[in-house]
Design a protein around this ligand. Structure first.
Ligand code: ZN
Length: 195
């Protein structure tokens, strides 16, 4: 019987290195790379290639193209970031604007209206002068002319406060619009950079 140990061992070959077959994304030449290779230079056209391995599929990408894609993504992010900033600015202005509103009838708050306050004064003041002088000349109780003066004071206060708030709102609005224009220009620039 044959001693199994004496059986000649089969010749040993070098362990074959597992390779991935690829094609150059630039010239189409076949390439073979190791499974962990990330970058390779094409022997035919000398393109710098990045090896992309996704599950079963493997392909190469010319590195300048990757750089372009990456900068395009950065451009997209910049645009999104600026658009978010624009939305925040608009929201802030909506809130800020209301701080300039004046209380009108029924406590309803509305934008300052100097024109309305002027009309109120033009109609109200002559009437109040008439009211006060008539009450005084007729010897009415003091409460009548005093009431007239209080109403006149209220009209004057409305006029003053409307003008002041309208002025404050105008300058805040101008600032808001300047910021908004600046953001719109930046968004346009970021979009341009992407193209
Ligand atoms: Zn090539």
């Amino acid at each position: 019987p044959k001693n199994p140990l004496s059986t000649p061992r089969p010749p040993t070959y070098p362990v074959p290195v597992e390779t991935v077959a690829l094609r150059c994304n630039h010239c189409g030449a076949p390439l073979e790379v190791g499974p962990a290779t990330r970058f390779v230079t094409c022997q035919f056209c000398h393109s710098q290639l990045a090896v992309k391995q996704t599950g079963s599929a493997a392909y190469t990408e010319v590195i300048e193209q990757i750089a372009a894609t990456t900068s395009q993504m950065a451009g997209n992010l910049k645009v999104i970031e600026l658009q978010n900033e624009l939305e925040r600015l608009d929201r802030e202005w909506t809130d800020h604007r209301e701080t300039f509103y004046v209380s009108g009838k029924n406590g309803h708050r509305s934008p300052p209206s100097p024109a309305g306050a002027v009309i109120g004064a033009v109609i109200g003041i002559p009437f109040l002068i008439f009211w006060i002088s008539t009450a005084t000349s007729m010897g009415a109780p003091a409460v009548f002319p005093i009431f007239g003066l209080v109403v006149a004071g209220f009209i004057a206060y409305q006029l003053f406060s409307n003008f002041q708030k309208a002025q404050g709102m105008e300058s805040a609005k101008a600032e808001y619009q300047a910021q908004r224009d600046r953001l719109l220009r930046q968004i346009a620039d970021a979009r341009q950079g992407q193209a």
